[in-house]
Write a protein that binds this ligand. Structure first.
Ligand code: HAM
Length: 551
């Protein structure tokens, strides 16, 4: 049996109803705060994450799903190479079939007639005397079918006046060239791997998070022209983590980013506070209680120069006792030592200097103002000066929301400022702040049950007897036009089976469509919970069913 890959899972009904309920509420809240949706690709260039999220982070160092998109067959390079190798023999390159024809016609060859619509055919070499025509077939990285080649070479030989030599150029290693030579009498010219007929391959990565992609899009589409961008996204992210409850390899994030030029207010502490207040509102709206907002400022890169120095100094005498990762981090990016989860290292980390002691005046004032606004809008928070977040792009405000009910994976959302990210990715200065909620974890923390948010059918139509399916279909169509949720049985079901089916899907009513009902144009409508049954004329059905759904 083929199962879903490790760390992935199927979301099935009725759970999907809960996910939709969350996403609908989230969209409402984003609308109230004037955020608009952005959708970026699910995979991006690996560089984006290496430069954006940071080489030293766990995400980039250990958790990315990365692949090479393969060597692309570079047709232009192939043609250039072919021409240069054959310069002594006077090779030509033709761009189109028409041009090819114009070369061949003086030689008395009318090849195009034999290969209509064969754009693969781009190059040929003609000696001064037309005894040999050396053709280069573009193979687009794959060898043409034997059938095509055979047909083509026999067509060519059919002309008999010329010796036609087909030369197939195949990427080395992509096909069994020996077989080709043996079976088709075709001369195979192997080109070296990679150069020059291969474009260097591109490394791609399934997005482990969405902030880098949004900032990439900001730069690519010059979104600064729009001033302050308030964007949100909902979608899957991928990290190769050890799967456990609340931790998946494909998981879902609901996130938002506020980014723009500083002149549009992107740097203001008011943005930070608005984001945090939005989150508090969203959690309220979803009925999530018992959360804690943990808040810290991790300063600017300038603040961190002194901090890193102090951290390195403090680590020097103790780092030998720490885990291998920490020993590496101490050299490359000491702040990342705070990500360490190894229990034995924790007492050491506990004694390390904190960034809060190294904040410059501007960072301090910014952070103080964020806190003041939060107090004025009554969003509770606790300061946590160990919180550094696991991604390198953060500057100044950093935060996480935790929830006791989630156990070990208790951070169900996190975010912060990333004022230098756009520049790190080659864009203009564009301060920004954002967050991402782990949707899987958010759904786990809901008090709401999936059953309670599933939209149950208003009515189940039970066709009774031969040819009643078509009548039932008509009725269903009429009722659905009135926005009623209608499900349909089948004329092959006995009445008992229809009742069971209606019960199983939780329909409020069952409507019987039999021959007698059709004759009377009035139908037996039974309320399943009370057992009350009435005969209702066709024209009044929709009204009757919807009336009682709103009562
Ligand atoms: P993050 O803290 O790496 O931040 O992820 C945000 C949330 O995604 C986490 O709090 C957690 O709920 C969820 N999450 C992460 N990994 C997994 C997993 N393997 N399984 C289930 N849930 C997971 C970011 O991704 C940043 N891009 C947030 C941000 C946006 N910062 C600024 N803007």
């Amino acid at each position: 049996m083929i199962k879903a890959p490790r760390g992935t899972r199927d979301l099935l009904p009725p759970d999907t109803a809960l996910w939709n309920f969350v996403e609908a509420a989230v969209r409402d809240v984003f609308r109230a705060y004037n955020f608009q949706e952005i959708r970026t690709p699910i995979f991006e260039s690996t560089d984006l994450f290496a430069r954006g999220v940071g080489e030293e982070t766990d995400i980039v160092a250990k958790e990315m799903f990365t692949w090479s998109d393969g060597e692309r067959f570079d047709e232009d390079a192939l043609v250039r190479e072919w021409i240069s190798r054959g310069q002594a023999e006077n090779r030509f390159f033709v761009e189109s079939a028409t041009q090819l024809n114009s070369y061949l016609r003086p030689l008395g060859i009318w090849l195009i007639n034999h290969i209509p619509d064969r754009p693969e055919f781009v190059c040929f070499r003609a000696k001064a005397a037309p005894e040999a025509v050396d053709l280069l077939l573009k193979t687009r990285g794959e060898v043409k079918s034997a059938e095509f080649l055979q047909r083509y070479s026999s067509d060519a030989q059919y002309l008999q006046r010329f010796e036609i030599k087909l030369r197939i150029v195949i990427p080395s290693g992509t096909a069994d060239s020996a077989t080709w030579i043996d079976t088709h009498g075709v001369e195979v010219e192997q080109f070296q791997n990679r150069t020059p007929v291969f474009k260097s391959s591109q490394s791609l990565t399934l997005r482990p998070e969405n902030t880098a992609g949004v900032v990439r899009a900001y730069i690519e589409h010059k979104l600064w022209d729009r001033g302050l961008n308030k964007l949100f996204y909902i979608g899957p992210q991928f990290r190769r983590e050890r799967p456990q409850k609340g931790r998946y390899r494909q998981f879902y994030q609901i996130g938002a980013e506020v980014i723009g030029p500083a002149s549009a207010g992107s740097e203001s502490p008011a943005r930070d506070a608005e984001i945090l207040e939005l989150l508090a509102t969203l959690l309220d709206r979803l009925g999530v209680t018992g959360w804690t907002l943990e808040l810290n400022s991790i300063g600017t890169p300038e603040d961190r120069v002194k901090f890193n120095e102090a951290l390195r100094k403090a680590l020097e005498p103790v780092v030998g006792k720490m885990c291998a990762d920490c020993q590496r981090r101490a050299l490359t990016n000491p702040l990342r030592v705070f990500d360490c989860k190894v229990p034995e290292d924790q007492p050491i980390i506990e004694k390390l200097p904190r960034i809060s002691q190294f904040l410059g005046e501007a960072s301090r004032a910014h952070f103080a103002e964020v806190q003041e606004i939060l107090k004025s809008v009554e969003v509770p928070f606790t300061l946590n000066d160990r919180l550094v977040r696991g991604l390198d792009y953060y500057t100044r405000t950093a935060f996480e929301f935790t929830h006791g009910a989630l156990g070990a994976q208790n951070a169900f959302l996190g975010g912060g400022r990333y004022d230098g990210l756009s520049e790190a990715l080659g864009g203009p200065a564009a301060p920004g702040i954002g967050f991402a909620i782990g949707e899987d974890r958010l759904v786990m923390s809901l008090a709401e049950s999936a059953e309670s948010v599933v939209l149950k059918p208003d009515v189940y139509i039970a066709p009774l007897g031969a040819d009643m399916n078509r009548e039932a279909a008509r009725l269903a169509r009429e009722l659905r036009r009135h926005d009623l949720v209608v499900d349909l049985g089948d004329e092959s079901f006995r009445l008992k089976k229809s009742f069971e089916a209606a019960d199983k899907i939780g329909a409020r009513y069952i409507l019987i469509v039999g021959e007698d009902e059709m004759k009377a144009d009035a139908f037996a409508l039974k309320h399943l919970a009370s057992g009350e049954q009435q005969t209702i004329p066709r024209g009044e059905l929709a009204k009757r069913i919807s009336q009682s759904s709103s009562s």
